[in-house]
Design a binder for this molecule. Structure first.
Ligand SMILES: *Cc1c(COP(=O)(O)O)cnc(C)c1O
Length: 390
């Protein structure tokens, strides 16, 4: 039995990506990467000055429609600065999904605040909005314009939805719930460059949004991130805070608050510019790969692939298989078989509620996310891996 499902899955992957070993998500450098990097070296502008930083920011602003974009050194840094600017302070609580990369929870912790763990839904693994709505109605109350957790007496200042593997969460209803409870919304759009909800780029719905350009993301700057906002003042504050809060002056060093050294070096921005120029082709490749996998898995009982939600356009960052409940115990066999054949395949992250470091955090009960995470796995997703097959 166990042999059967895993070998059918391996056969399906092979029919799409061929027989050679493939990684989970590898960067693709087939554009102007080398020439832009060379320009940085030749001009000596490798660090905090240089034209690629502004250019990368304006590429991102144009593509996402976000009025203000601040390039920073990582997606985690983008989240941290956004939370600080949303007013998250020590002993506040910030709602985060159980299914996310640890950076979401860490950024909350850097503010001295407590992550408060919310359940995720079956379909796309995003925040379960109807469940959140009931939960907030039962467990919180408004006190002088802020949302207070009745169980801990702490203020719930913000919520950070995450668009899992690039699939947009239900932003419409989530914004309404957040608004009704006076909770600020910051989007963790780290995985979702190229994803749109009702025609608008994700990361542009809340007060601020965070993107990541880590090595395995849709596009990479080596390491890097960006803060998105439509609010001019927040945009300026984000820039200031992420550049050590230095007061602009040709030679003087003056810093008017405690800032962070979170700027993105010109070298990394140069890589980002070259990658942005190829974004549309990466996205087209990923969408085609999804279609091929879907065809290959069709008719295999006991599993499904995550698809973009209605009214959304997903970037299909990581292709994801969900095993049906009765096949949950097969997951490790599938992982072993696929990896043995050279197809890098991984379980999704351990849910935040299962991490020892976040064991003390407030959370919903009966988290569906736990069983869900135990049935999900990511299969090879790099753009173009299906190209010369067949
Ligand atoms: C990649 C990622 C981040 C940010 O990661 P960095 O490595 O700091 O750029 C944050 N949240 C999620 C959900 C991510 O996948």
């Amino acid at each position: 039995m166990s042999g059967k499902l895993s070998s059918r899955i391996v056969d399906a992957i092979r029919s799409v990506v061929g027989t050679r070993p493939v990684g989970l998500h590898e960067p693709t450098f087939v554009g102007n990467e080398l020439s832009y990097l060379k320009e940085c070296i030749e001009t000596t502008y490798v660090a905090s000055k240089g034209s690629f930083i502004e250019r990368f920011e304006s590429y991102l602003s144009e593509y996402t429609g976000s009025r203000f974009v601040v390039a920073v050194s990582s997606g985690t840094a983008a989240l941290h600065v956004s939370l600080v600017l949303a007013g998250v302070e020590a002993n506040d609580e910030v709602l985060i999904p159980d299914i996310t990369f640890v950076a979401t929870a860490n950024a909350v912790t850097y503010c001295g605040a407590y992550p408060h763990i919310v359940d995720c839904e079956e379909e796309n693994l995003g925040l379960d909005v109807p469940k959140l709505k009931r939960y907030l109605e039962d467990n919180t109350e408004q006190r002088s314009g802020v949302c207070v957790n009745k169980n801990t007496q702490r203020v719930i200042k913000a919520i950070v939805p995450m668009h899992v593997f690039g699939h947009p969460v239900e932003l419409d209803s989530l914004l309404e719930v957040a608004h009704n409870h006076q909770i600020k919304l910051i989007e963790d759009a780290a995985e979702a460059l190229g994803s749109f909800y009702q025609g608008k780029h994700v990361g542009c719905f809340g007060l601020m949004g965070a993107l990541s350009f880590n090595g395995n993301k849709v596009l990479t700057t080596g390491g890097g991130g960006a803060i998105l906002t439509d609010d001019k003042e927040l945009g300026e504050r984000a820039r200031h805070l992420s550049r050590t809060a230095r007061v602009e002056h040709p030679w003087n060093y003056d810093h008017d608050e405690v800032g962070f050294n979170y700027r993105l070096p010109n070298l990394n921005a140069a890589l980002g510019c070259a990658q942005m120029e190829q974004l549309e082709s990466f996205l087209a490749d990923k969408r085609r790969l999804f279609g091929r996998y879907q065809g290959a898995f069709h008719g295999i009982p006991g599993l499904r692939m995550i698809e973009e939600p209605p009214a959304s356009k997903s970037n299909y960052w990581l292709q994801t298989l969900i095993l049906d409940g009765e096949y949950a115990s097969e997951r490790d066999h599938v992982l072993a078989a696929a990896n043995e054949h050279g197809y890098q395949t991984r379980p999704i992250w351990r849910p935040m509620s299962d991490l020892a470091v976040y064991g003390h955090c407030p959370r919903m009960e009966n988290l569906t996310s736990k069983t869900l995470a135990a049935r999900a796995l990511n299969i090879p997703s790099s753009p173009g891996i299906d190209k010369d097959v067949r």
